[in-house]
Design a binder for this molecule. Structure first.
Ligand SMILES: Nc1ncnc2c1ncn2[C@@H]1O[C@H](COP(=O)(O)OP(=O)(O)OP(=O)(O)O)[C@@H](O)[C@H]1O
Ligand SMILES: [Mg+2]
Length: 235
């Protein structure tokens, strides 16, 4: 499911209600007909992989920052010295990084996976942090993925890598994607358009173009004169 709409329209806020980073004042948020407030908070959040707009990195090793996605692996990676901890924990973090496209740049860091990031360590670019956070989400192997597409102006090549990783991450899972570049969500089963804290349009890409409302306007502005017929997906 894709989400579109102007900055400040409430997209991030809406998705944060699902894993209960916020709770609703009125109404309810339900998964399979169960109110999210009825679940154990830890159990609920374990089912989510969240890639945020501005992924949070704490000062610690790159490996720890990836392991953060899975409670057990995180405990192993942070609890034991590198020589003593189970090899599988290290291996799993590397596999997640390979799948997210982060492995290559990590190897180029001064201490590889043990490189310290954050305040006293290496500063990572927005694109690099996003790849680490995709690795984090993959590690957890969640049922539901929430992806708040980064605004960071990455180059086209990086964008393609990120897109490929996102596609892999979303395979066979329920996914909620907030997209600034509408091409990211063009093939979504359903697209939700928000304005001023409210849902104003819903439908498929083709359906929304036909409505000729805000989505169509945003699409036209981004597709830069490209004909709608050429860029639309068949229904
Ligand atoms: N339905 C709502 N009820 C109360 N507050 C809302 C509602 N929708 C949005 N807000 C408030 O509006 C502000 C912006 O919302 P949000 O960050 O979700 O926007 P966004 O669509 O994700 O924007 P961006 O594209 O810039 O990330 C926040 O301060 C949020 O608390
Ligand atoms: Mg947002």
């Amino acid at each position: 499911m894709g989400f579109a709409g102007p900055s400040g329209s409430g997209k991030s806020t809406l998705l944060k209600l699902i894993p209960r980073f916020y709770d609703v004042d009125t109404g309810s948020v339900r998964i399979d007909d169960h109110d999210v407030r009825g679940y154990d908070l830890r159990a609920l959040r374990d089912e989510f992989g969240i890639v945020e707009q501005d992924p949070y990195m704490f000062s610690g090793a790159v490996r720890e920052n990836i392991a953060y996605g899975d409670r057990e692996i995180f405990a192993e990676v942070t609890g034991e010295s590198p020589a003593e901890r189970p090899e599988t924990a290290d291996q799993q973090t590397v596999e997640a990084a390979q799948a997210s496209g982060a492995h290559e740049f990590i190897l180029e860091l001064p201490d590889g996976y043990e490189t310290q990031v954050g305040e006293r360590g290496v500063k990572l670019s927005g694109g690099q942090r996003q790849r680490l956070s995709v690795a984090r989400a993959l590690l957890n192997d969640p049922l539901i993925i929430i992806l708040d597409e980064a605004t960071s102006d990455v180059d086209t090549e990086t964008e393609e890598i990120i897109q490929a990783n996102i596609n892999r991450l979303c395979e066979d899972r329920t996914t909620f994607i907030i997209a600034r570049r509408l091409s990211t969500i063009r093939d979504a089963d359903q697209i939700i358009v928000m304005e001023d804290g409210e849902i104003t349009e819903t439908g498929t890409h083709t359906g929304l173009l036909a409505v000729n409302g805000l989505y169509a306007e945003l699409w036209d502005a981004q597709s830069d004169g490209e004909s709608r017929r050429d860029s639309g997906t068949p229904v």
